[in-house]
Design a protein around this ligand. Sequence first.
Ligand SMILES: Nc1ncnc2c1ncn2[C@@H]1O[C@H](COP(=O)(O)OP(=O)(O)OP(=O)(O)O)[C@@H](O)[C@H]1O
Length: 291
Amino acid sequence: MDRLTRRFGDRVAVDAASFHVERGKVTGFVGGNGAGKTTTMRMIMGVLAPTGGEVRWNGCAPTAADRRTFGYMPEERGLYPKQPVLGQLVYLGRLRGLSTSAARASATSLLERFGLADRVDSRLESLSLGNQQRVQIAAALLGDPRLLVLDEPFSGLDSGAVDSMTQVLREFAARGVPVLFSSHQLELVEALSDRLVILSGGKVVAHGTARELRRRGPRRHRLVTGGETGWLHGFAGVEVIEDGEGRAVLELADGQATADAVLAEALRRGSVREFAELVPSVADVYREMTA
Ligand SMILES: Nc1ncnc2c1ncn2[C@@H]1O[C@H](COP(=O)(O)OP(=O)(O)OP(=O)(O)O)[C@@H](O)[C@H]1O
């Protein structure tokens, strides 16, 4: 995505967003409601035209034929409630250019994989919501896609289904497929993604590996003493984030020198039970970047 932009009237939904999704890597796409994730994914798939910037696939503008090889799970799920499960997957596979037999083979094996082998002839609407979601995922995975673009694939799944979905995404990535998925479940995104892209107000505010992002988070220390910690207020280079009952969380202006000075002073005043650097989680960095 190169300075990808989309306006709706006066509103800029996606604002010069640039990032890339690497082959063989799972990229988690996060951002609050209305941040522009769905709009970006729609532009990748060509269902919405950019008002500026461009999407490139292997260095060129993707063609319709390229896009038929992309597996897409749209936000508005859009399967046919009254159609049988297998029949509609075969139909969708044929729209993607598969022969009937190839579509049937691909759909059948995906349905088996998702534990739905006994529901192939059921109408979609007779399945639980979680199982309908699994069928939707199967629709995105039909016929060996070259790229996966999945809008909230985990929403509404129980923990077993989350695990099998996670495994599926990992398998695709291991075969070299670039995977982009959006989610509001930050722990899941952190655990699953090789790279993350954080969107806020249509702009990419951070991207990189979880480790790279964590380095951008606030560097904090926790001090637990046998006495009071009130003296930390006004201590040079220290901002007290919270304190009470001998425990304090601190943000230190410059790395080690301030940390050493704080520890020395704490020891001078009494016993120190704990003094540790707090590694920020991706959720902490996300909160900081989107605040
Ligand atoms: N067709 C449209 N017409 C007008 N505004 C739109 C349209 N589609 C999206 N928007 C606006 O663009 C902004 C981005 O919406 P988008 O759905 O891309 O966000 P999102 O990050 O996917 O949010 P969510 O996590 O809630 O799904 C929002 O302000 C939304 O109201």
